[in-house]
Design a protein around this ligand. Structure first.
Ligand SMILES: [Mg+2]
Length: 109
């Protein structure tokens, strides 16, 4: 796992907006739910050692496209998302530290 590489991706917003306009936001949101489900399935297969990496990456990519579409549909700005990401990761760090402390107190590590 590489921690220093960030996900910097390019999306064709013009094409995505055209597609949202053509099919409607409701259908696009349903498709996003379906794509998230497909990624969920690949993650489950990975846990069972039955997935192929390219299938997982394909479904991961589908979900990222959907996330971009949802951000366009709901006018979600990067700054809003960044704020939540920082909050959630900070909270996760705090929870992890508490968990490690608890394990140490129990003599499990
Ligand atoms: Mg898919």
């Amino acid at each position: 796992m590489e921690g220093d590489k960030q996900l910097e991706l390019k999306f064709d917003d013009v094409a995505l907006l055209k597609s949202i306009e053509l099919h409607g936001r409701k259908l696009k949101e349903v498709i996003c739910v379906e794509e998230m489900s497909e990624l969920t399935k690949e993650i489950c297969k990975d846990i069972r050692d039955e997935t192929r990496r390219d299938n997982l990456v394909e479904e991961f990519s589908d979900v990222l496209i959907c996330m971009r579409m949802l951000s366009l549909i709901h006018d979600i700005q990067p700054e809003e998302v960044q704020k939540w990401i920082e909050f959630k990761i900070k909270r996760q760090i705090e929870r992890d530290e508490k968990y490690v402390k608890k394990l140490k107190e129990a003599g499990d590590i």
